[in-house]
Design a protein around this ligand. Sequence first.
Ligand SMILES: Cc1cc2nc3c(=O)[nH]c(=O)nc-3n(C[C@H](O)[C@H](O)[C@H](O)COP(=O)(O)OP(=O)(O)OC[C@H]3O[C@@H](n4cnc5c(N)ncnc54)[C@H](O)[C@@H]3O)c2cc1C
Length: 514
Amino acid sequence: MQKELELAILPEKMEDLVHIKMEAAKKAGLSPKRILGVRIRKRSIDARGKQVLYRVRVLLFIDEPEPNSTFEVSYPMVSDVSPVIIIGAGPAGLFAALQCIENHLKPIVIERGKDVKERRRDLALLNKEGIVNEDSNYCFGEGGAGTYSDGKLYTRSNKRGDIEKVLQIFVAHGATEDILVDARPHIGTNKLPHIIERMRQTILEHGGEICFNSRVVDIVVEQQQVRGVALATGEEVRADKVILATGHSARDIFELFQKKQWEVEAKAFALGVRIEHPQSVVDRVQYHCDVRSEFLPPAYYSLVEQVEGRGVFSFCMCPGGIIAPCATGQGEVVVNGWSPSKRNNPYANSGTVVQINLEDVPGSRQDAFAMLRFQQAVERKAFELGGGALVAPAQRMVDFVEGRISTDLPVNSYKPGLSSADLKEVLPGFVHSALKGALPLFGQKMKGYYTNEAVLVGVESRTSSPIRIPRDKDTLQHPQIVGLYPCGEGAGYAGGIVSAAIDGINCANACIGC
Ligand SMILES: Cc1cc2nc3c(=O)[nH]c(=O)nc-3n(C[C@H](O)[C@H](O)[C@H](O)COP(=O)(O)OP(=O)(O)OC[C@H]3O[C@@H](n4cnc5c(N)ncnc54)[C@H](O)[C@@H]3O)c2cc1C
């Protein structure tokens, strides 16, 4: 017999499985001897009360042994079957490639950037010298924006597909099983590159191909049927199916669509700043204590407010994290955040952004590129105000709200450096005003959040794609081109690692008509 129960466990007892079994037996009214297995199904922190607790959902195996629960996909050899070209080796592209193999199709993944190891050198140049390689940066290269991301693996949407399968594939390639049970699963920047390398091995071992340093500059179409792609080197790769998974920063791909007069449309997105607090401030507020217990992870927050009729919300919160320079082109400043698996940096950051709708940007209903140009203008302004070399404009939180330039800035995690500025000069007026209204309200919800110890760093502008590439909702193909599958975040069908991976799986399934 099996039975599911919810338990409240003290943080210091969370690793003690005997204790958990005894608690489960007590709650179920059973002798512990009858419980032959306890499996943790879900685990979350409940910090609402004075005593912080773990809420744990367990499955008990009563008078029966716990069965093995290993996840297995058997990948066939596909070296000699029909090819599918996948442009982009981000989460959408890699999961599409694995699903193609499962579907007996041969994936040929074409990636403009370098493999994870080579890519690391370009990230060092970005951080130390402020030099941007336009093919190899935090967004471009093996694993896409997902590799040196924070690796939080939750998605707001349950409807898109099989989240469990995505998590299991990560575990099969080296992620810890914790991600299967944590309410807020997280891998961490230090672990993701190894997982991505192992995914590459699976693809290669089963007959798929991966080409790095290969920027696609054209999609070859004959009589409205896709036939392949052309690379910057002049080479052509042929296939009748192409999954386009190039991410939200591949502006040259959007321009290619414009040149070819293929349909694209402007899309709403969100824009704002990254906010960094000392982690100790967030711990103190969230865990109601002076110093965080060693049994609790660095604390998290999630905040949302309606101000002047628009949503302002925290996004991609990274406890124990670092603010990273995520520009993909020259003359722009873009920030995002990551954290290592232990989340052991002394800072906590989150994107804090304002919803930008089509009606906010004049002309965006007629001009598919209006939202992108709006995004780009803000990124360029941030570069100018920062003063070059990816130095980012920044302002302390209370100074921002009260309209003062900060006389100094706190010690912070952003390696290229911050320069004190009036962020009003960077942010569009309605974004500035909505943020200004929201921050004190966030402070009322989370006492201690609204403080001049926190710094706002401009700009968080790549929250999702400002353009959508349309596709038929059943076949997932572009309405004008048979065999072209717009996929993932860049095409406007995902926002984050898990949803991009799910969309990759869906596009690979669409390639076999299911
Ligand atoms: C610093 C940072 C932290 C993040 N943290 C999180 C997080 O914790 N959780 C989360 O869910 N999301 C996070 N994200 C967002 C997440 O990484 C993206 O949502 C996700 O990677 C999108 O997947 P994708 O495959 O659609 O596109 P991408 O990951 O953007 O991949 C697109 C790929 O296409 C390649 N490409 C582009 N143009 C071409 C071309 N012309 N030819 C060949 N290849 C091309 C690019 O080089 C890239 O590798 C973070 C992002 C960043 C930058």
